[in-house]
Design a protein around this ligand. Structure first.
Ligand code: ADP
Length: 779
């Protein structure tokens, strides 16, 4: 930014100097406040008083005279900060037999520099004065200061000033100019709308300069650079693409009869000075009093001037960040005009402030563009993510559908495999050879194994999708452990593994004779599943004649289950991988025993559902210890019809001992399942009638007077509800127990919940089926 050089001079009554010096103090305070909030710079205020306090011995010979003359004659006050400096001097004079003071206020860097030079040696360096002939004043501060100063001088000197009208006019013009500049600055900082700022400025400046026309010529840096392109990507000025053309973008006319030049483009061919633009860029202004003389040899320009009725013009550049943005031009059209230096200076000041405003607006537009660009990108990304979520949800949906399919389609034939093979094994009349029995046993075992694998996959995905909830009740942990030990005992016996249980309470082991018990609140089925998984592994990975020990105790609201084996052990670096899904360690045992590497992944999830943890301690070749800690769960209100709450301790009665042949109606649409059930039930000496639907055979059911109705919930929900409802309400059918066949994924309707007495989960286990039927019919 160029310096706003200026000097104000005048003769005033003696008290004026004091007033102005007070102002100097105030100004020092203003600068001090601004500096401390912005750059932390300091303010230096030096006056004659300081000179008189310092020894002359410090003065160099060459400067002695200058300083002595300073001490003796004028009063001065020098104000200097990092961004602003001003010098006030006052000299006593005799005028009209009275004493006055000649005041001079200078912002001129060279004259201030000259003034400071002799002082530097004289004043201690701590004063911090800087002599710099190129010092640049902050224009805003200088305008503000000038305005304050002139107001103060004019107010304090009204009588004297009135005697000197030329000086008064000059001062008034300066005050007006400072005021206008102030208003323009204020407006610039009030809005970010560049077109509003520029239009208002041309109007005010045109009025103030009493110019016939005031325009802003904006250079063309590509289409986007013109006007106030606020939403498009802001265009950075690039002189490599600069053509020197542009257009009149803003205009204010002083008289109605003048032609508008708005949007007119000056053809660069007319300009015969190739360096013109570069000089404008360096800050050159041009005051042309008579265009006819200036362009006497340039026909093109003369024609251009005549077309716009221009007789005189004042041109100042608007330079934004060292680049030529445009020109502020005052036109005189009715007559030629001699432009005053102060008018040029004023237009320069205005142009400098406009440059600041343009820069600020461009920065703002830039940040706005970036914000909008960011918003746009965020919204695109959000859309991408939304699409991805939809894809994922669809995939998830397919996975769920696949699992439902897996559950129904695999379990249905599996039910037949398991059921029919179990039936064959149970029918003594068949007289099977040992070999045939062995094959059927293999079929049955493989079916069981397949069923366990399907259970594992379904369990795992349900846990993964958060579809598993705990069904909390208080139960005996000791009994659960015993039940699971009973389940795995046959396998342990085959492998000749010693299986031991220790229930510990208050530090000592409880024996079975004590009626050992350890109560715990959690999901009993899930706790049994956890223990079963770990115990099965322990037996699997312990060689013959080894030992597997189950220990349980409770501490601080946790139940602790510990399974210790003397098996093959696990390498320590493998331990963190144990709980990863589908992960098996690579040893022969895995191949021997099958499995999918899901057991421990499921176990860990079930443990976490209980707010617990699982830890492994192992030595290769010596054995492993799995320690599970399960947090006591708050009790939930259990559903009366919930399948888990039912049929807990059924006493199995051998169907061959079934004394009275009860009648059973089977409502089943799947022929395979129906055949299977009929075989088992007939073998167990029940009288069975198989119907495809209840609705069409209502009379038949009534005539048959069944003791039990078995209904498959795989029928569509409405049919099931209607059938069950009608049978329950029918007076002709009488008391009948209802057993529903379902998969664990089936949604049980409220009607079913209300009327069904018990549920049997697929794949149907014949033993369980018969046990449930016996229980229902004996109640
Ligand atoms: P899977 O369901 O196939 O048995 P798990 O997740 O239950 O898989 O176990 C993962 C692997 O961890 C097993 O294949 C086995 O290699 C190892 N493992 C689990 N328990 C033991 C144990 N008590 N001793 C040695 N290795 C074990």
């Amino acid at each position: 930014m160029s310096n706003l050089t200026s000097t104000i001079r005048g003769d005033y009554p003696l008290n004026t100097f004091e007033i102005v010096r007070d102002l100097w103090q105030q100004m020092a305070k203003i600068i001090c406040d601004r500096s401390s909030s912005t750059c932390g710079g300091e303010v230096r205020l030096v006056t004659n008083a300081q000179l008189q306090c310092h020894p002359e011995s410090a003065i160099s010979d060459s400067d002695t005279l200058a300083v002595i003359s300073l001490q003796n004659s004028p009063q001065f006050s020098l104000l200097q900060s990092d961004s602003f400096q001003a010098l006030l001097t006052g000299t006593l004079i005799e005028r009209d037999n009275s004493q006055q003071i000649a005041i001079e206020i200078s912002f001129e860097p060279t004259s201030i520099d000259e003034f400071i030079q002799p002082l530097l040696d004289y004043l201690p360096s701590t004063v911090g004065l800087i002599a710099d002939p190129n010092f640049t004043n902050n224009c805003e501060l200088q305008s503000c200061f000038t305005q304050l100063l002139l107001n103060a001088i004019v107010k304090s000197n009204s009588p004297t000033v009135s005697m000197c009208s030329e000086r008064e006019l000059h001062l008034q013009a300066q005050v007006e100019q400072a005021n206008l500049l102030n208003n323009i600055i204020t407006q610039i900082y009030q809005t970010l709308d560049l077109s509003v700022i520029l239009q208002a400025t041309v109007e005010r400046v045109q009025t103030f300069l009493r110019a016939d026309r005031l325009i802003i010529y904006q250079f063309d840096f590509g289409a986007e650079g013109l006007g106030d392109a606020r939403v498009a990507r802001p265009c950075r000025r690039d002189f490599t693409t600069y053509t020197g053309t542009g257009r009149v973008a803003y205009e204010s006319l002083g008289a109605a009869e003048l032609d508008s030049v708005l949007n007119i483009t000056e053809h660069q061919d007319c300009f015969d000075d190739p360096q013109l633009w570069q000089r404008y860029r360096e800050g050159m202004s041009r005051a042309i009093d008579r265009v006819d003389l200036e362009y006497a040899k340039n026909e093109c320009m003369l024609e251009l001037m005549a077309r716009s009725q221009i007789k005189s013009k004042l041109v100042v550049p608007i330079v934004v960040k060292s680049e030529l943005w445009g020109l502020a031009i005052a036109h005189q059209c009715h007559s030629s005009r001699h432009w005053q230096p102060r008018e040029t200076q004023f237009l320069q000041q205005v142009a400098e402030h406009l440059a600041l405003a343009i820069d600020r607006t461009e920065l703002y537009n830039d940040s706005l563009w970036h914000t909008q660009d960011l918003e746009q990108r965020v919204s695109e990304r959000t859309q991408d993510l939304r699409d991805a979520v939809i894809v994922a949800q669809t995939a998830n949906q397919s996975k769920t559908e696949f699992l439902a399919l897996l559950s129904h389609e695999l379990r249905t034939p599996l039910t037949s495999i398991l059921g029919l093979s179990a039936t064959l094994l149970r029918l003594p009349l068949l007289n099977l050879t040992e070999r045939q029995q062995h094959y059927i046993q293999i079929i049955n075992n493989s079916g069981e194994h397949l069923s366990e694998l399907i259970d594992d996959i379904l369990d795992f995905y349900k846990l993964e999708f958060g579809k598993t909830f705990l069904k909390v009740s208080e139960f005996s942990l000791a009994k659960s452990i015993e039940q699971i030990v009973e389940v795995v005992k046959p396998k342990a016996e085959i492998r000749k593994i010693n299986l031991e249980v220790q229930i510990i309470k208050d530090g000592s082991e409880l024996t079975q004779d004590d009626g050992r018990d350890l109560r715990f609140c959690g999901d009993p089925q899930r706790v049994r599943q956890i223990l079963l998984n770990i115990l099965t592994n322990a037996i699997k990975f312990t060689p013959a004649h080894g030992t597997v020990l189950v220990r349980a105790w409770s501490e601080d609201g946790y139940a602790v289950l510990e399974v210790e084996d003397s098996g093959i052990g696990i390498e320590s670096e493998q331990i963190p991988r144990l709980f990863k899904k589908f992960h098996q360690l690579n040893h022969n045992f895995d191949r021997d025993f099958g499995g999918m590497g899901l057991g421990l992944a499921i176990t860990q999830q079930l443990v976490e559902l209980h707010g617990g943890s699982i830890e492994v301690d192992s030595i290769v070749g010596s054995g492993s210890t799995f320690t599970v800690r399960l947090a006591t769960q708050p009790l939930q209100v259990s559903d009366r019809n919930d399948w888990q709450a039912m049929g807990q301790t059924l006493v199995f009665q051998d169907p061959e001992l079934n004394p009275v042949p009860n009648r059973i109606v089977l409502l089943e649409q799947d022929e395979e399942i129906a055949n299977f059930l009929c075989d088992i039930l007939t073998a167990a000496r029940y009288q069975v009638t198989w119907l495809l639907s209840a609705e069409s055979s209502f009379r038949q059911i009534a005539m048959f007077e069944p003791d039990l109705l078995i209904i498959d919930l795989a029928l569509d929900a409405q049919t099931v509800d209607r059938s069950i409802g009608n049978i329950r309400k029918s007076s002709t059918i009488g008391e009948v127990e209802i057993l529903a066949l379902a998969t664990k994924d089936d949604i049980i309707s409220p009607i079913s919940k209300q009327y069904v007495d018990d549920y049997l989960w697929k794949p149907i286990n014949p033993e369980q089926l018969l046990r449930k039927i016996t229980k229902l019919l004996s109640d």
